[in-house]
Design a protein around this ligand. Structure first.
Ligand code: GTP
Ligand code: MG
Length: 324
């Protein structure tokens, strides 16, 4: 059944989309119903992930890319995940200012997703935001996420094209990248090329990449130098995104990526649901009362867990139940 909200989102209504996104952030059951409705209408947008250490210039690049895509008349959706990095000390405001060039453009819809206070499920929420933008009919969806540890790998699983941004002087960036980001990057951008050390960083990166084992994946991720604040190198990044898209399409790897993304989302949804279920069990009064019973050996933890979860753990009990 198509709801009114779904209809509006499909028609590109910004307020309806914003409402659903709030529902997603609040984890409301109503939002899940809408997402179920929307899902069949998604899959048309092209998703570009932008990740990298705090302060390397992800938002500045993103802003420049929006301008570049708008010149090509493409419609844009943006999800900025956790824009409040410690580096720039609450850059949410900064991001807003940086992207202010586009606030009057109806075809650009920008939303932040705060990662604070989320106990897991961030990837799931990001994917849900992507679905909303997709259903609105955006040609391109840009996702900015600070890459530190696991986060980077996640963006690689969400995007069609993943851009990893580095900048000179940010310390142990290459070191940090060995944690799995190398494989996730389709395009490397070394930003702040106006500063000393950019060329050096490129050489270091090339060395690290040459050591990486070659896979059957025959796209060679380019390393592009930019000085985004001086508007240098942006066209090359834009072109690399289109080239990579073309590569994915012509090799039919795009379907493979999208299937992997769908499976990743499914796992995220399952994990989130189970986590919620566990939390509910741990909050229940029955659970609180169990401590006493366990202490005086009135019940054993296995049977108690079985009762709480409504499942059986031991073979004995299964046969016992089957016999009944
Ligand atoms: N010198 C120089 N500074 C730049 C360049 N691009 C961005 N910056 C500056 O770097 C700082 C951080 O830029 P952001 O775009 O906020 O970086 P970010 O990666 O989005 O940062 P977080 O979202 O906080 O992780 C800002 O002060 C930018 O003006 C560049 O090409 N050269
Ligand atoms: Mg940013």
């Amino acid at each position: 059944m198509q709801s009114e909200l779904t209809e509006k989102i499909l028609a590109g209504d910004v307020r309806a989309a914003a409402r659903l996104m709030r529902g997603i952030e609040d984890d409301s059951p109503g939002a899940i119903d809408e997402l179920k409705n929307l899902y069949a209408h998604t899959g048309r947008s092209y998703i570009v992930g932008i990740t990298g250490a705090p302060g390397v210039g992800k938002s500045t690049l993103l802003d420049a890319l929006i301008t570049s895509f708008r010149q090509r008349k493409l419609t844009i959706g943006v999800v900025a995940v956790d824009p409040t990095s410690p580096y720039s000390g609450g850059a949410l405001l900064g991001d807003r200012i940086r992207m202010a060039n586009h606030t009057l453009d109806k075809e650009v819809f920008i939303r932040s997703l705060a990662s604070r206070g989320w106990s897991g499920g961030l990837a799931r929420a990001t994917l849900s935001f992507i679905h909303v933008l997709d259903a609105m009919g955006k040609d391109l969806i840009l996702v900015e996420a600070v890459g530190s540890g696991q986060g980077e790998v996640d963006i690689g699983r969400m995007a069609d094209t993943t851009i990893v941004v580095l900048s000179p002087g940010a310390g142990d960036e290459i070191q940090m990248m060995k944690a799995g980001i190398l494989e996730a990057a389709d395009i490397f951008v070394i930003n702040k090329a106006d500063k000393e050390g950019a060329e050096n960083l490129r050489i270091q990166l090339e060395q690290v990449l040459s050591l990486a084992p070659h896979s059957s994946y025959d796209w060679k991720s380019p390393i592009l130098l930019t000085a985004v604040i001086n508007r240098i190198g942006i066209e090359e990044v834009t072109q690399a995104i289109f080239d990579h898209k073309q590569y994915l399409i012509s090799t039919m790897k795009i379907e493979q990526r999208r299937k992997q993304r769908a499976m990743f989302e499914l796992i995220e949804v399952i994990e989130h649901s189970l986590r919620t279920k566990i939390n509910n069990i741990l909050k229940a009064k029955d659970f609180q009362d169990l401590g006493e019973k366990l202490a005086v050996k009135q019940i054993d933890p296995y049977s108690a867990a079985e009762n709480m979860m409504g499942t059986t753990l031991s073979r004995n009990q299964t046969t016992h139940r089957q016999r009944k």
